[in-house]
Design a protein around this ligand. Structure first.
Ligand SMILES: Cc1ncc(COP(=O)(O)O)c(C=O)c1O
Length: 458
């Protein structure tokens, strides 16, 4: 072989090795994650509650709460395309859509939440909520629930224990209250009044904050903590916490980014589960609002908005509340009503919960079944008494559901042992029955040795 050819081949080999190493290096350090990372799925189209891969294989989607009224709903596509064809400017020009949409949203909320700021994501909404609270109260400190996630901006990582615990840690202005989880938290089902008991933990925290000479700006919580493990909050918790927070001069922020727009069925907003009289000072919303279009919002009171305006600094958001975004938002609200999706969430959610509860009687590994409407969780445990999380078993169920049944389910909770259901709201009775049948088969099938192994691991 001539020297030149040899050198060229050697060079190519070295380049190849460097590239391979770089790919491995990047894979290892990748911060953006795929579902089913060992065997990812390429989805090329979707409709309703179904996803289709490049080979036409159909998957039942139990996790896409963003595509709230169903994937690629024709009414949403039509509304977006029609408005896109006429005008899409920003909210500095007058336009009917933003006014019509704000009116429709206002009709779903308590009267006092009458000012709306339109933004593009749940993170933007929560960041603005922090600013509003800060400006209104002139205080800095924030109380959040353990394991919470409120978004990906720096300000929100700071108030998300789920994230900051893995990073630089807790800032001095952030205070973490126990998650009011009546299944495995500090006060459980057997407590006579867990709502009051958990609210008192916030009261104690506020007193500690005052002792340090600091002041509370806001209490921030999801109306049903999702990353925390599909938690249903005990009755009376929010009203009591709001009382304590307000008497400390702070405001109550309900993060409805995951739970709003009728997911819980009987109520349009999950905070309404805490009683008809309960009203947060600020509500943030996002994901389902635009059915996949980047549309989010902060709703608040005239007093809080007034204090924000008083600083004399303009609030402008280039893509927030454009005519197209608002046309999409209006169409989503129409479909929720026209297709009675809240009624569907009540009926199908109750059926699914009932079937899963029956399954619990047959499988020791199911420690808890909880939920409301189409927001449900099944917590898997190694043994019911100690409630040891069955993390590997949960991952195993998720993998087999995907591989054997083409059903997409994922896990949540601090130990990733809660199978979560937040499907598009058109999820049907037959979908619920199929999922339960498949979970039943997999749990029956799972070798006792798999579980024993996990027990030794933990
Ligand atoms: C409860 C909650 N709040 C806020 C966010 C942030 O929303 P986005 O990803 O649209 O910025 C999320 C996202 O997962 C969320 O679950």
């Amino acid at each position: 072989m001539k020297l030149g050819v040899f050198l060229a081949l050697a060079h190519r080999l070295i380049v190849h090795i460097v590239q391979m190493t770089r790919i491995d290096f990047f894979d290892y350090r990748q911060s953006c994650k795929l579902f089913y990372s060992e065997d990812p799925v390429k989805i090329v189209r979707a409709r309703g509650q179904y996803l289709f891969d490049e080979n036409g294989k159909r998957y039942l989607d139990c996790i896409s709460n963003v595509q709230h009224v169903g994937h690629c709903h024709p009414a949403i596509t039509k509304a977006a395309a029609a408005q896109m064809d006429v005008l899409n400017t920003n909210s500095r020009f007058l336009h009917d859509n933003i006014v019509l949409y704000a009116d429709r949203l206002a009709a779903t909320l308590p009267q006092k939440l009458c000012v709306f700021y339109f933004v593009n994501s749940g993170s933007e909404a929560n960041d603005l909520a922090l600013r509003l609270a800060h400006q209104y109260t002139q205080h800095e400190d924030v109380v959040v629930l353990d394991h919470a996630y409120h978004g990906h901006l720096m300000s929100l990582i700071d108030i998300s224990p789920y994230k900051f615990r893995k990073l630089a840690g807790q800032k001095e202005w952030v205070h973490v209250a126990p998650l009011p989880d009546t299944y495995r938290g500090i006060y459980r089902e057997d407590h006579p009044n867990p709502g009051q008991a958990y609210a008192d933990t916030v009261k104690d925290l506020i007193e500690d904050v005052h002792k340090k000479g600091r002041k509370i700006s806001a209490f921030f919580a999801e109306s049903l903590p999702s990353v925390g493990g599909q938690i249903i909050l005990p009755q009376g918790y929010f009203p009591k916490v709001a009382e304590y927070v307000r008497s400390a001069g702070g405001v109550f922020v309900a993060d409805e980014v995951q739970t709003g727009f009728g997911r819980v069925g009987h109520h349009f907003w999950a905070f309404q589960l805490q009683g008809d009289d309960f009203c947060p000072d600020i509500v943030t919303m996002g994901k389902p609002m635009g059915n996949g279009h980047p549309l989010a919002c902060v709703a608040t009171t005239a007093e809080i908005a007034g204090a924000f305006t008083a600083n004399g600094v303009e609030y402008f958001n280039t893509f927030g509340g454009t005519p197209v975004s608002c046309a999409v938002g209006l169409a989503v609200l129409d479909v929720i009503v026209e297709e009675d999706l809240r009624g569907n969430a009540v009926r199908v959610g109750a059926h699914l919960k009932d079937l899963l509860t029956k399954l619990k009687a047959r499988h020791e590994i199911i420690g808890d079944v909880r939920g409301v409407g189409l927001f449900l969780g099944i917590e898997l445990v190694i043994d019911r008494e100690k409630k040891t999380p069955a993390t590997e078993a949960a991952a195993h169920v998720v993998k087999r559901l995907k591989e054997e049944d083409q059903i997409c389910v994922s896990t949540d909770g601090p130990w990733e042992n809660v199978l979560k259901f937040k499907p598009p709201m058109c999820f049907g009775m037959e979908n619920a029955e199929l999922v339960v049948q498949c979970i039943d088969r997999i749990l029956t099938d799972m070798k006792a040795s798999d579980l024993k192994l996990e027990k030794e691991d933990i």
